[in-house]
Design a protein around this ligand. Sequence first.
Ligand code: A2P
Length: 359
Amino acid sequence: MLNPLERQALEHPTMAPSRQIPAAAPTVAIVGATGAVGVELLTCLEARGFPVGRLRLLASARSAGRTMSFRGETIAVEELTEASFDGVDLALFSAGSSISKRYAAVAVKAGAVVVDNSSAFRMDPDVPLVVPEVNGATLARHRGIIANPNCVAAIATVALAPLHRAHPIRRLTAATYQAASGAGAAAMEELRLSTAAYLAGEAYAPQVLPHPYAFNLFSHNADMDPATGHNGEELKFVAETRRILDAIQLPIGITCIRVPVLRAHAMALTIEFDEVVTAEEARALLATASGVRLVDDMATNHYPMPSEASGQDDVLVGRIRRDLGDPSGRTLAIFVAGDQLLKGAALNAVQIAEALLKR
Ligand code: A2P
């Protein structure tokens, strides 16, 4: 099968080819290697046998000298500087958008392809926003930077795209149940510590998240937009889901909630189509979809759960049923769970890099 760049070369022989990653022992840099996603990037590169030649681990000065393990080798973390990208073929960024805005162009100038996990470039029309199973062909027009989507948008579109391809979605309503990992390693630690304190009957003052986290849930902690009453996470989901599905006008209603789960997001999606779509047809479409695993057993009440999605590459999809709120039969409800650190971040980034390997 052709990769997106090979397809571009065949279909548009006059277009300048987008930069690819040499398949023989490329030098790979991870920016934010010590963070929740950074650690998973190392694991994914190793587990998937990505052909890393040399690995550079970059983080803040705080982590310089700390060591991490990759393929049995101990590698020291270096402080990120402007000179960090000399000789780097692939730079995987996951240190927040201010770092990406400052250093991604430096990496591209040094000759690297950048896959950026932050929100810095996701809505830039010159930067493809990619979920490989959904819109991998858009990789062909990258100019050095590729954006990795927001975690809920990535997980949701894996489940939505197979349905949208068969029957255009007319309207989407979503409610998310989001894990601590989306707020970084420090938030995961806050969930552990605050839960232990709660069980010991001790007080715990929140340090990372704005509200008590143990045995509680609250509206997503992203900044609120007073004009719309939506928080930043909700607005990202709307804009990015539209862009990934190539459905720029799609009406989307969304409520994002932070729940006391460590690393897998769940979401209830209510999907209105242009025409009647039965639950049976949706189940059949999803059963063969790439990156999806059906977990939909009414007899045992077994449906997608964060505990089962954690550590899994696939997005779990179930509770596929006709939405009783729409008597026309054009609306289905589904429930989805996906690992925030894998398909919602590191795995998707590594899959993008794999598609860009020069074969
Ligand atoms: P460090 O561990 O040295 O602070 P998370 O999303 O889990 O909070 O992780 C954020 C990642 O971004 C960490 O690897 C963190 O490194 C890195 N990071 C934060 N600030 C900087 C910075 N100024 N320069 C380089 N890396 C940074």
